[in-house]
Design a protein around this ligand. Structure first.
Ligand SMILES: *Cc1c(COP(=O)(O)O)cnc(C)c1O
Length: 597
């Protein structure tokens, strides 16, 4: 294939460190990548001229196996790149610490429901001419040390823009950074301005020209989620080197200028620890014309965190046709014509007979329990109430909240026909606390088993398993400590499948929750906002656990066990009220109106 075979008319370039496109491609770790994939599928459906850029991640994130006690083991996840992607012609180079790293591209095509396609370009440094260290730069998602990660972000941001230009994408008017990992693309755009003005320095005019092109979506209020690198390391990798080039030196100067030169660009006073750090969030904030958080509450929190910037909120959504399981999709096909092309019409699920919703859900539950049996040997009871909890294993998500008071949980299960709980999720390899939580849940599961409460942690959480879980459990449990969950999207997937959430009021659930109508809340939404200090965490935990038990005992289980229409009506509301809004079509249309326009 030649460069001219690549359709290069895209106007919006979407940059993401991870993208989930195909269950065979482990080019994602979690919600950020799934959101990117859903965004691109939606752009293809709507015919939006978009192109996406990501790193190849030849060795994936990691494959998780679990020992009987819940200890997590990690292995590389190699995948057949050559079978799934098409090689693109040409190469670009990025100087990392003064040494040129060559990059080539691989193309994946996302095809929409009306045939429009969105190309995704994966950058690959595994090229003969690169030295061994450079060849490994595009191997592992979120792997390595700070130097490795910064090199990756340079390849994504600088290399990504260069690759698009080399391939002939000449109509791009917006560069969308899906999280700060791609923030260095602003540097390449500044350099383009610098070249364009005859190398006459970079001033307000050039910076404004870059801002007009850039859109930044921030995804987490958790400080560790905001990438930063020591300025010294940044200077070494971006600038000084064996054979410094003028523009590399210039690059660092620009950052000093943008980050510190005058009031307009200086760092907020409460962020002094950024002083000797290159903070990707601030780079993106400073150089983007539109900045947004991913749910209304997250927008509010982000405006507190970044008080000197204007931060919009566009609530996340999920791709309905991807996430609604086959049995429920067939029901929708019968009753809501065209729901895939027009997700707003999911509203009319209100007219679907409850019995059909019951049957479709029962089919997905059987499918899920079959999967549990074949993958773990554990046989769960199809008629028994089943909770699902699947997300990254990390402290603020509190996967162990359900086990705060085992006696109370036992009593509830005894009185209400038993309980089954399915878990899944990986802990980042460096997150020891997250790994300990997986072991804690295993330990609780062991003692509860004697009392007839089945708790199973399914290994190697990914999109295929997510699709089974969100459609097959009875209620989706979510217990983040507010306000740490920016949005969350798995509960949206569950809702579209008629699986209501039981969740703390955080992220999207503040918007999606109608008590006893679309699901149930745990605790209230106010207490955590403004930042829960660690000393309060235990008190909040006790309060939220009590609320969780109360809701299970007095609302959720009685409703489920009553066996009439009440629970099915909640399933139907989840599809109609939440599905019609928390979808990626509505989300992307809001990006079009507010960020891309
Ligand atoms: C949807 C999804 C997520 C994100 O869900 P959260 O609710 O944000 O945790 C993460 N991982 C996978 C595999 C998913 O499908």
């Amino acid at each position: 294939m030649t460069a001219s075979d690549v359709q290069t008319t895209a106007e919006i370039a979407y940059f993401s460190m991870e993208i989930a496109l195909d269950a065979r491609m482990p080019t994602y770790s979690g919600g950020l990548g799934v959101l990117a994939g859903d965004t691109l599928r939606t752009a293809a459906d709507l015919g939006i001229p978009m192109v996406a850029v990501c790193l190849l991640h030849r060795r994936g994130y990691f494959r998780q196996t679990l020992a009987p006690d819940g200890e997590q083991h990690e292995a590389p996840e190699d995948w057949p790149v050559e079978e799934l992607l098409e090689p693109l012609p040409g190469q670009v180079t990025v100087a990392v610490a003064g040494r040129d790293v060559r990059l080539r591209g691989w193309r994946y095509e996302v095809r929409g429901c009306r045939g429009h396609t969105v190309p995704v370009i994966f950058l690959d440094s595994r090229i003969e001419d690169n030295d061994e260290a450079a060849r490994a730069f595009t191997d592992q998602l979120y792997g390595g040390d700070a130097r490795y990660r910064l090199a990756q972000e340079m390849l994504l941001g600088l290399g990504g823009v260069r690759m698009l230009r080399m391939l002939g994408f000449g109509a791009i008017r917006r560069f969308h950074m899906n999280e700060g990992h791609a923030a260095l693309l602003t540097l390449e755009l500044l350099e383009e301005q610098h070249r364009g003005n005859g190398h006459n320095g970079v001033g307000e005019h050039e910076i404004e020209a870059v801002r007009e092109q850039c859109v930044f979506t921030t995804h987490t209020p958790v400080p560790a989620g905001h990438d930063q690198f020591p300025l010294e390391l940044a200077a070494e990798l971006l600038g000084r080197g064996r054979a410094p080039k003028l523009r590399d030196v210039f690059a660092i100067d620009v950052y000093r200028q943008v980050l510190r030169s005058d009031d307009r660009f200086s760092l907020p006073r409460d962020a002094l620890d950024h002083d000797l750090m290159l903070n990707m969030t601030y780079v993106a904030l400073n150089l983007s014309g539109h900045v947004n958080g991913v749910a209304h509450r997250h927008g509010e929190i982000s405006r507190l965190m970044f008080a000197e910037y204007s931060v919009d909120a566009i609530t996340n959504g999920v791709h309905a046709a991807t996430w609604i399981a086959a049995p429920m999709a067939a029901v929708l096909d019968r009753h809501v014509a065209g729901w895939q092309a027009d997700n707003y019409s999911l509203r009319y699920a209100l007219a679907i007979p409850l019995a059909e919703i019951a049957e479709a859900h029962a089919a997905s539950k059987r499918d899920l329990l079959e999967h549990v049996a074949t993958s773990t040997g554990r046989r769960l009871e199809p008629a028994r109430f089943t909770l699902g909890f699947a997300r990254r294993a990390t402290a603020y998500k509190r996967p162990d909240l359900l086990f705060t008071d085992l006696e109370r949980l036992r009593a509830i299960a005894r009185r209400h026909g038993g309980l089954q709980v399915l878990y899944a999720g990986k802990a980042h390899p460096a997150d020891e606390g997250g790994k300990a939580l997986i072991r804690d849940v295993h330990a609780a599961a062991e003692t509860l088993r004697e009392d007839g409460i089945e708790v199973v942690w399914l290994p190697d959480y990914g999109t295929a398993l997510a699709a089974k879980l969100v459609s097959g459990v009875d209620v989706w449990l979510n217990t983040p400590l507010p306000p740490n969950e920016a949005s969350g999207t798995s509960g949206m997937k569950a809702a579209m499948n008629g699986v209501p959430s039981l969740s703390t009021l955080d992220g999207w659930w503040i918007e999606g929750h109608l008590e006893g109508i679309t699901g149930w809340s745990i605790g209230d939404s106010g207490a955590g906002a403004g930042g829960a200090g660690t000393s309060d965490d235990e008190a909040l935990r006790a309060r939220d656990a009590a609320s969780l038990y109360d809701k299970l005992e007095h609302a959720v289980l009685p409703c489920y066990l009553e066996g009439g229409d009440a629970f099915l009506t909640i399933r139907r509301h989840a599809i109609a009220l939440n599905g019609a809004f928390f979808n990626s079509q509505r989300m992307l249309q809001q990006y079009l109106q507010r960020a891309y326009a």
